[in-house]
Design a protein around this ligand. Structure first.
Ligand code: SAM
Length: 396
């Protein structure tokens, strides 16, 4: 039996969870502030807005974001990770959004031979994951990278961009920890600098967008990424207000949104700022283009028999995943032929029927799981004309 040494909370964790025991958070579109008690496996933990903290009297310290549909992700990906050895030896899993390492921990704990490559664009998340997963350090590689840089992350870790890994996991969106850190500017309920960068080294902030984009471009962002029906009115109000004083804080923007959105509409459909904040966050972080690039690259990275699972929390992301997956499971035999042409069959098969949702019990334990849509595929065929010769696996 593996024993886990208790550790004191390291500096980045303390910085990341400054009020973990006291601050309920909301997450993404529509998620209200919630206090969740209990976790899928650790009943000694309390979860505050997605941040789990151990009961101080409950022994070993377990902390971090509660992973959504974790058991289902394990069930879906494990067959691909145990093909060579039951303990996962020789298999490689890429967690493209490692966050606080909750999903990664489940895989590394359950498969003591598995090698895991974890990506995140947020260096603070990588610090958390590094601390949390320290006991697996010899099987773990962490890379500060956007997931559309998957090929570069694989190269850095000694793997080819094509047919080199056995599992891929994406748990999309913003993490509870990012929302809970008020100064990151993601949460409309907390006054903070208008920032919203997942990677603080990136140059574009939400303030840059609201203070410099022209009215039409602002309206377009709000409509496309926030599905905001008052996009034009909001854009006009923003432009009018910034002539007087440029925006610097989330509260200033929220105040303008209250003026721009008609009172009857403010009373329905959740907080009036939620769609604008989602839209700005997506634009600041280039989230949809990044995903559009990353999912096909992730499919290419899988070996035959390899599996991918993607958890999406809002419809714009899920639509991208659904479209790429539909293409991957489609036959390339010309329509009208009575039989499948050799080598033209689908490259992937679906492991989920449409999108899977979290069950009522999980949603009750963890409100972050309410909007989730999980889709998964398995690679079944070689491509007809491989785009690139696989160079084989790296050290595992
Ligand atoms: C929902 S959290 C993941 C939580 C993780 N599965 C866990 O159990 O702790 C999503 C993470 O993805 C990261 N992220 C979002 N967009 C990204 C991108 N384009 N490239 C890399 N990481 C990204 C965020 O910084 C965040 O840490």
């Amino acid at each position: 039996m593996r024993t886990r040494a208790p550790w004191s909370l390291p500096e980045p964790t303390l910085a990341y969870f400054p009020n973990a025991r006291f601050v309920p958070s909301d997450r993404d579109l529509g998620a209200g502030a919630a206090l969740e008690v209990g976790g899928s496996r650790n009943t000694d933990c309390q979860t505050w807005g997605g941040v789990t903290v151990a009961d101080p009297g409950s022994g070993p310290s377990v902390f971090g974001h509660v992973p959504v549909l974790a058991q289902r992700c394990v069930e879906l990906l494990t067959p691909a990770l145990t093909r060579y050895h039951l303990d996962g030896s020789k298999a490689v899993l890429v967690d493209a959004t490692i966050g606080a390492g909750g999903h990664a921990e489940r895989f590394l704990e359950g498969l003591p031979g598995l090698r895991l490559i974890g990506l995140d664009r947020d260096p603070t998340a990588l610090d958390i994951a590094r601390s949390r997963l320290a006991r697996f350090a010899d099987r773990l590689t962490l890379v500060h990278m956007r997931y559309d840089g998957l090929a570069a992350a694989l190269a850095e870790s000694g793997y080819a961009a094509v047919e080199s890994v056995d599992g891929m996991l994406f748990d999309l969106g913003v993490s509870s920890m990012q929302l809970d850190r008020a100064e990151r500017g993601f949460a409309y309920a907390k006054d903070a600098p208008l920032d919203m960068r997942m990677d603080p080294e990136a140059s574009l902030t939400a303030a840059d967008i609201v203070n410099t984009y022209d009215e039409a471009a602002l309206a377009d962002i709000l409509r496309r990424y926030g599905e905001e029906r008052f996009a034009r009115r909001i854009a006009a109000h923003i432009v009018r207000r910034r002539v007087e004083t440029p925006f610097t804080t989330t509260a200033e923007l929220v105040a303008v949104l209250y003026q721009a959105i008609p009172a009857p509409a403010r009373r329905t459909g959740g907080h009036p700022a939620k769609r604008t904040f989602q839209a700005l966050r997506i634009a600041v972080n280039d989230e949809l283009d990044s995903l559009r690039e990353a999912v096909p690259a992730a499919l290419d990275a899988l070996t035959v028999g390899g599996r991918i699972a993607v958890l999406a929390y809002q419809s714009l992301e899920d639509r991208i995943v659904k479209r790429v997956f539909a293409d991957a499971v489609a036959s390339r035999t010309p329509a009208g032929l009575p039989v499948e042409l050799p080598g033209h069959g689908p490259r992937f098969r679906s492991l989920t029927h449409g999108a899977e949702r979290a069950g009522a019990a999980e949603i009750e334990r963890n409100s972050r799981s309410a909007p989730v849509r999980l889709r998964a595929l398995q690679r079944v065929e070689h491509e007809v004309e491989p785009r690139q010769q696989a160079t084989g696996k790296g050290d595992s």
